[in-house]
Design a protein. Structure first.
Lengths: 82, 281, 188
């Protein structure tokens, strides 16, 4: 067409494509490091469904979890079913 | 495992895939209409075809920073405070920075043949460059080490500061003399739209397509942020598990929550309830 | 990645042993490195922000003077460089090449661009322009332009080193109804 138009589209859409692929790759790498399956599965959790606004309890639990980073790990140990 | 689970079977992922597909189709259609179907402009000739790229990218830039601003406010507001808002603000800002960079680059590529220069210190261009650097600064602030909540708080404040430039960029073409023209669609002064026919429809499509692309990128960037938070907690959990193992216990790891996070992310609604492992459920 | 990586207990970057003194020390060292790197990045960004704010205040706030304003401020502007804006007066464009015709065109290969003379107008004020740079491809009569340059000597004529073509926000099909789509169908 005239060079500028093509350059604009290639740079613009090409960059978005590279960014998109990089996000997917980073996501996969993070999931692998965490030992999760490469593709996420969303498990419906009863107390999660429809939870669209923060609940006080969650906030408090988040606080608690945050504190453990500060060096009191025993305060909030893993609570998964062993 | 509850029903509906399974590799790739998650609702969030399915919604995201549809979103990505729609965005991709929209972009392909925009390129086809923009490069082949629409007519050349009376004044610009074929250079008008960058109209179907550059304004839509700039539009997404505004949306991205708008969402980062709102989620930062929601984080700072005590009653809505949740790390999900911080993740959303960070995700939207990063996507916004990509789109700001592309606004500058595609604008430069358009400016060279139409104005005659790659760059000029016009108010719109200068304040947009400032916007780019301000949000790079915001992303740098996010990296400063510290306790998770403290990082979130200082990031939210930085996001509010950086956002000051957003309305300045938008109104710069009205407040000051500019080489850049005011918006073509819904001119803020006259309220009119100065593009018609297939050119107008293609312009509209480009806005829709790139908004969908933005939503897809945002959801994926949000997921990445959620995984990073999970990972941060995971290091801790692992250490605890090691200790337990040393003490004779058997550490168990289930396939944990990240996925659940993603339903909200895909719908563009953050799920403030989602958090790292170890949630009592 | 091999399966063993997946099956092995994952070791997050946060460190496998945050609890041990060695792990905590490693974490502190990593954070110190991050802070140093961020300090450098922060300084560069602050310098860039400072420069851009300076540009906003000096260049962007008054990006150009219209031709009539410039003539009104003639005394203060002296021979300083600034941007002047006006509409190219139809019929005023002359290209002066030795032995040339005076019509607007591009210089033959190997030759420097010929001096370009034209008049810009804003309101009722007209300013004669001598341009020494190559005009952009969209330069033509009746378009608004921004010129970079200065007044010549003590005259009200302007010497431009660069022409920037302004564009309105209106887009109009060049030949409505005559453009064919890829299928050969006329697209309106």
């Amino acid at each position: 067409m005239n060079g500028y138009v093509e350059a604009g589209y290639i740079v613009g859409l090409g960059t978005l494509g590279i960014y998109a692929v990089s996000l997917l790759a980073r996501e996969r790498a993070a999931r692998r490091r965490l030992g999760l399956s490469p593709v996420p599965s969303s498990r419906a959790r009863p107390d999660h469904a429809g939870a669209r606004r923060p609940r006080r309890g969650v906030e408090l639990r988040e606080r608690a979890a945050g504190e453990t980073v500060g060096g009191r790990p025993e305060a909030d140990g893993p609570q998964e079913q062993a | 495992m509850s029903p509906g689970a399974g590799p790739g079977g998650g609702r969030g992922t399915a919604v995201l895939r549809v979103l990505g597909l729609l965005g991709l189709v929209g972009v392909v259609a925009t390129v086809w209409l923009g490069l082949w179907v629409t007519p050349p402009d009376r004044f610009m000739g074929n250079l008008v075809r960058l109209l179907y790229l550059h304004p839509a990218i700039a539009w997404v830039m505004y949306i991205a920073y708008g969402i980062a601003f709102l989620s930062s406010l929601l984080y700072l507001w005590p009653r809505t405070r949740a790390l999900a808002w911080d993740r959303l603000a960070g995700a939207s800002s990063e996507v916004g920075v990509v789109f700001t960079g592309l606004t500058l680059v595609t604008g430069s590529i358009w400016g060279r043949p139409t104005w005659g220069v790659w760059w000029t210190w016009d108010p719109l261009l200068t304040t947009t460059a400032l916007l780019f650097v301000l949000y790079l600064g915001y992303l740098a602030v996010r990296q400063i080490p510290g306790e998770r909540e403290a990082r979130a708080r200082r990031s939210a404040i930085a996001a509010l500061v950086a956002f000051v430039d957003v309305p300045i960029v938008y109104f710069s073409v009205l407040w000051w003399r500019s080489l850049h023209q005011p918006p073509t669609v819904d001119d803020p002064v006259t309220g009119k739209t100065y593009v018609h026919g297939s050119m107008a429809w293609t312009l509209l499509l480009s806005f829709v397509a790139l908004t969908l692309v933005y939503a897809w990128l945002l959801a994926h960037r949000y997921r990445l942020a959620a995984l990073a938070d999970l990972e941060e907690g995971e290091g801790l959990e692992l250490a605890i598990a090691e200790r337990r193992a040393e003490a004779g216990g058997v550490p168990a790891r289930g396939e944990e929550p990240a996925g659940a996070d993603l339903v909200g992310a895909a719908a563009g609604v953050p799920d403030p309830g989602a958090r790292g492992p170890g949630a009592g459920r | 990645m091999s399966d063993s990586t997946v099956l092995a207990p994952s070791v997050g970057p946060a460190g496998a042993s945050v609890l041990s003194p060695a792990g905590a020390a490693a974490r502190r060292a990593r954070q110190a490195r991050t802070r140093r790197r961020l300090a450098v990045v922060g300084l560069v960004l602050l310098a860039a922000i400072g420069y851009l704010v300076y540009k906003v205040l000096t260049s962007a706030l008054v990006y150009f003077e219209t031709a009539s304003e410039a003539v009104a401020h003639r005394a203060e502007l002296g021979n300083s460089t600034f941007q002047i804006e006006g509409v190219v007066v139809p019929g005023s464009i002359r290209q002066e090449r030795p032995g040339g015709t005076g019509a607007l065109g591009h210089a033959p290969a190997g030759e420097p661009p010929a001096d370009l003379r034209f008049i810009i107008r804003s309101g009722s004020v007209e300013v004669g322009v001598l341009d020494t740079g190559a005009p952009p491809q969209l330069f033509q009569a009746d378009v608004p332009v921004v010129l970079v340059g200065h007044f010549l000597g003590s005259t009200d004529s302007f010497s431009a080193s660069q022409i920037l073509v302004k564009h309105s926000n209106a887009y109009i099909a060049a030949h409505p109804g005559r453009v064919k789509g890829p299928t050969g169908k006329v697209v309106r």
